[in-house]
Design a protein around this ligand. Structure first.
Ligand code: MG
Length: 214
């Protein structure tokens, strides 16, 4: 893996840890998450939707830890639509045969422990829309990377975008303008967010879309 000169020694440690964790985030996207969270931490706490096995929490959580902030990480840990048995992204290593369901929570907790992030990342095991309904803390960064069905991404956006404070960041993963590259739901919601006029569109990194609340 190419480590750019701007990455410090600690950060290359995070990259090495991330390589050991299951997930769908590229190293350059992880680095961008780290940088955005490092900036956002001056304003307040960060929150992500879609913990999975903790790959993105490594990057976001490291930035939070370095700045004495916290990352809330929401996931029901039962796997998204496309991770169920028989579906494209099913992974038998994450399958709890006794209860016949996906369970990523033990994997997520192990990632936090190995990366020494238990004092900076707060796991929330629930569906994101349930948590959003009673949420009241303004957030400096929200990263939407949960289920990719349109109603799921839309629900995450409707529930959480309003909690991003002015000057804070709203990030989306899996933004593909070309349908041949990937599903269109996150892209459609991302476009709707831009069309709302409430955000500045910042340059993307890979499939990571970055908006700043006006
Ligand atoms: Mg993703």
């Amino acid at each position: 893996m190419k480590v750019t000169p701007t990455m410090n020694r600690l950060f290359s440690q995070v990259l090495a840890q991330a390589e050991q964790v299951k997930g769908f985030l590229a190293p350059n996207e992880g680095e961008r998450l780290y940088r955005m969270a490092s900036e956002a931490c001056r304003l307040g706490p960060c929150l992500e939707i879609g913990s999975y096995c903790g790959k993105s929490a490594l990057y976001l959580g490291r930035a939070c830890k370095e700045n004495s902030q916290v990352l809330f990480s929401i996931d029901h840990h039962r796997g998204s639509e496309e991770q169920q048995p028989g579906e494209e992204y099913f992974d038998i290593a994450l399958f709890d045969a006794r209860h016949y369901r996906i369970d990523t929570f033990p994997h997520f907790l192990r990632t936090l422990e190995l990366a020494d992030l238990e004092d900076s990342v707060i796991p929330i095991v629930a569906t994101s829309t349930l948590v959003a309904r009673s949420w009241a803390t303004p957030l400096a960064l929200v990263f939407i990377d949960g289920g990719h069905a349109l109603e799921t991404v839309q629900g995450d956006y409707d529930g959480w975008a309003r909690h991003v404070m002015p000057g804070g960041y709203l990030l989306f993963h899996d933004i593909f303008s070309d349908p041949a590259q990937g599903g269109q739901a996150p892209y459609l919601v991302y476009q709707a967010a831009i069309a709302s006029g409430r955000y500045h569109e910042l340059p993307m990194t890979g499939a990571l879309g970055v908006l700043q609340r006006k």
